[in-house]
Design a protein around this ligand. Structure first.
Ligand code: ZN
Length: 414
């Protein structure tokens, strides 16, 4: 985009805010000929970050971000490899490559675009240019956001076979989601194109799966080997008395597809083990731990760290619950905190101590909230923050936990 000293950064700040408001994750790259300086107050990169960009990089002759020396202009492939998981990367000052370009032409600086017209998809200008291209005024960041959304994002979603627009009934079903800041129709589409594996369909899995299904997570996986027992019904609200002795995943699928026929539900009526964990987690964007046993939790933690899959841990016993969000390589994993599984006879379960159903409900609801935030790329996640609730005193406590560089599951991740 455009030349320097042309009001470009001000325009970009508005565009970044607009795209964030529409629920997109945004990356920016600034090409700069001077020395490498990152996050200096008032500089362009600092302003991009202040405007809400999720990832900001500065590319100079001496460095790119904090990781790479740069002898020449970066290729689009190099830039995307540095910014995984963002929807839009706005690159300033890039000349080569066939990526869509929008040039800012301000009358105080120039009277025509620098880039050849055939390489441009639009211009932003205060001049009445007639180039046979869409032209936007200097205040029309919304128009540019529309162009980006319609011509770049939605067309690439369609090419990947994803849901690219909401039907009338979906606009109504998800209206209360769409109204939320940082969600919008784009955020709802993101949820509909997301997938979550919920391991366990009991006390935690019930609220997790119910709320994720209701929120419109497009593909839900449910793993559980158990059948419904009478003693489960005091807390496992996906199942009813009529479901006794049925597979829990079948009972769960029936309730969830009645709640939301819009979503796809896959069921795995077996235990997650070392042998199958890799195959399972690689099919999903995110994994929620709603298990009731340590053995499966350690298997899941190891499998998710190896596959680089985010993982939301939850555990409950008696009147106490715990929850934490684990982003591989970015925060501590379950094993950074609890290195070795407890010995068999030291393990206490809800069968020994009981559990109040609503306590599992609270923790499950927090897990579902974290899952939606992660998928939207919004908010502050419980990464490195082990949240504990004690239901009898209704006391919530957050403990800061750190990565263990010697952790066998995640110590080697970057
Ligand atoms: Zn770890």
């Amino acid at each position: 985009m455009g030349r320097s000293n042309s009001g470009k950064t001000t325009f970009l700040e508005k565009l970044i805010r607009e795209l964030k408001q529409r629920g997109y994750r945004v990356g920016t790259v600034k090409h700069h000929r001077g020395t490498f300086e990152f996050d200096i107050e008032g500089k362009d990169t600092w302003r991009h970050a202040q405007a809400g960009a999720d990832m900001v990089a500065l590319a100079t002759p001496t460095g790119f971000g904090l990781v790479k020396k740069l002898a020449q202009e970066l290729s689009p492939e190099e830039i995307t490899s540095y910014m995984p998981g963002v929807d839009i990367i706005i690159v300033e000052g890039m000349k080569k490559g066939s990526q869509p370009k929008i040039e800012l032409v301000r009358s105080a600086v120039a009277d025509a675009p620098v880039c050849p017209v055939e390489e441009l998809m639009a211009v932003v200008s205060d001049l009445p240019l007639s180039l046979g291209l869409p032209r936007f005024g200097l205040d029309d960041f919304k128009g540019v956001a529309d162009l980006i959304e319609n011509q770049l994002i939605k067309s690439s979603d369609t090419a990947q076979g994803n849901v690219s627009s909401l039907r009338e009934d979906q606009l109504k079903r998800y209206h209360r989601n769409i109204m939320l800041p940082g969600v919008g129709q784009a955020g709802q589409l993101k949820l509909l194109n997301s997938s979550v594996l919920v391991v366990g369909t009991g006390g935690l899995g019930s609220p997790v799966a119910y709320y994720l299904a209701a929120a419109g997570i497009g593909r839900l996986g449910l793993a559980d080997a158990d059948v419904v027992d009478l003693s489960n019904l005091q807390r496992q609200i996906l199942h009813t008395t009529a479901d006794l002795n049925r597979l829990k995943v079948e009972s769960a699928r029936e309730k969830l597809s009645k709640l939301n026929p819009d979503i796809q539900i896959e069921v795995y009526p077996f235990r997650v083990t070392r042998d199958n964990v890799a195959d399972l987690v690689c099919q999903y964007d995110l994994v929620v731990d709603a298990t009731d046993n340590f053995a499966t939790r350690y298997v899941l933690n190891e499998g998710c760290m190896a596959a680089g899959k985010p993982f939301i841990y939850g555990g409950v016993l008696s009147m106490v619950g715990q929850v934490m969000t684990i982003l591989p390589g970015k925060g501590p994993c379950f094993r950074c905190i609890f290195r070795e599984p407890p010995s068999e006879d030291a393990v206490k379960s809800t069968a020994d101590y009981g559990i109040l159903g609503s306590v599992a409900g609270i923790i499950g609801c927090i897990q579902a909230t974290e899952a939606v935030k992660y998928l939207l790329g919004q908010g502050d996640l419980l990464v490195g923050r082990l949240l504990t609730m004690e239901g009898m005193s209704m006391f919530f406590q957050e403990v800061e936990v750190k990565r263990d560089p010697h952790c066998p599951d995640c110590g080697k991740l970057e």
